[in-house]
Design a protein around this ligand. Structure first.
Ligand code: ADP
Length: 392
């Protein structure tokens, strides 16, 4: 186990492509950290630099307090699991698992065993140790029954387990995962996620994991690092990032369906109350925004962010004390107990996630009133940064 420390790490391809831009990140011993962001945000490059598969253009990377910038991958005490499994097709599962552990036997060493009995004994002990490690890893991952099969006779999920097993037997200080579940179907991905969490809990190893899938990141991470255009946008626990996104990008990227972004403006009345104006609608902002830094910024270009599950469906003729908007339903998508309603309010789209039971008789095309649970709203400046409210 080890800490991993990135200080001002950058990667520039050619002269112009700034793939990773001055990333600072401290990963604690035994922590499960997930790098997440859209395709091309620099997460794989960051992981590959930790692994030693890419040189740095700037900054330093330390593993276990040792700067490893110039240390080759094999000497970094890391193991990497790839999306494409990278198994040897001509070796069976046991051989795939033990491959990295077997000391390379040269022609000389093969002959040496004939006349050097100490060497022979040593080799035998090593082989027993390797067999024990492979057996233990196979047991942990539930693939003992597959040990004699070649990779072509395995399902995608089984192959991925073998790929994880190959990292496991090496007992590395740090595990690195590069989108390891992307090739699996949704059901299996869910199962493997759970298994990886359990594995992490039992090994308590440092793990760094890359994915573009924000749900996967949320479900796996102790801490998430959200990236965009090579720049870290926010680092925090899944709950922190979901509840207190640092900016509009993070707020829109994390959460399904994405947060509704209502671009509008704020006015203050004579007694200090605040009203948000959006798309010919007006709603009073709850008290927690009064006294926030709202007064000191450009009030004409603000965005109010509200998650779909905070936009609640209400009976059309019910008098509303809290802010609400009225529009009509474009589509309803049902996911078992939950349903997503896409509605148009004065020509602008909003999404509400609701309990299917609450839909009642509402059909596509019907008029609908949606109540904003404004106390859960987020507010963003014109440059996208979040305005911290007193609640935060
Ligand atoms: P992600 O893993 O987030 O999808 P990458 O780290 O693979 O993103 O890539 C980050 C950026 O660097 C992208 O713009 C990508 O096109 C670029 N890039 C990655 N590898 C190379 C390379 N070998 N040569 C040039 N550009 C690259």
């Amino acid at each position: 186990m080890a800490t991993v420390e990135l200080k001002a790490v950058s990667k520039i391809y050619g002269t112009t492509i700034r793939a990773v831009d001055s990333v600072d990140l401290s990963i604690a011993d035994g922590e499960f950290v997930v790098l997440v962001g859209p395709s091309g945000c620099g997460k794989s490059t960051t992981l590959r630099m930790i692994a030693g598969l890419e040189d740095l253009s700037g900054g330093t990377i330390s593993i276990g307090n040792r700067i490893v910038n110039d240390v080759p991958p094999k000497d970094r005490n890391i193991a990497m699991v790839f999306q494409n499994y990278a198994l040897y097709p001509h070796l069976n599962v046991r051989q795939n698992l033990s491959f990295g552990l077997e000391r390379r036997r040269t022609f000389k060493s093969r002959w040496r065993g004939i006349w050097d009995s100490t060497y022979r004994t040593q080799r035998h002990a090593e082989r027993l140790a390797i067999t024990a490690r492979v057996d233990a890893a196979a047991h942990t991952l539930g693939i003992e029954h597959l040990l004699n099969r070649p990779p072509r006779e395995l399902s995608g999920g089984q192959r991925q387990r073998v790929a994880v097993g190959r990292a496991l037997v090496r007992d590395p200080a740090v595990f690195l995962f590069d989108e390891p579940l992307s090739n699996l179907d949704a059901l299996l991905r869910g199962e493997m996620r759970t298994e990886l969490r359990i594995l992490h809990r039992s090994l308590q190893s440092t793990m760094v994991y890359v994915t573009h899938d924000q749900e996967e990141a949320m479900s796996l991470a102790d801490r998430m690092v959200v990236m965009k255009d090579g720049i870290v946008q926010q680092i925090g626990s899944p709950a922190e990032i979901y509840e207190r996104p640092a900016n509009r990008f993070v707020a829109g990227f994390i959460g399904t369906p994405p947060m509704n972004m209502l671009a509008g403006s704020v006015t203050a009345d004579s007694v200090g109350g605040l009203t948000f104006h959006w798309n010919q609608c007006e709603f009073p902002l709850c008290k927690r925004w009064v006294g926030a830094e709202l007064s000191a910024i450009d009030q004409n270009s603000l965005t109010l962010g509200i998650r779909p599950d905070r936009l609640m469906i209400v009976p059309i003729d019910e008098k509303q004390d809290s802010p609400s908007v009225t529009g009509h339903v474009v589509t309803i998508e049902r996911y078992g107990p939950l349903a997503d309603i896409v509605a148009l309010v004065n020509g602008k789209r909003v999404i509400s996630r609701t309990a299917t039971d609450a839909l009642g008789a509402i059909r596509e095309g019907d008029a609908i009133t949606l109540r904003l649970e404004i106390q859960y709203a987020h507010m963003f400046r014109a440059d996208g940064s979040a305005i911290t409210s007193p609640r935060n």
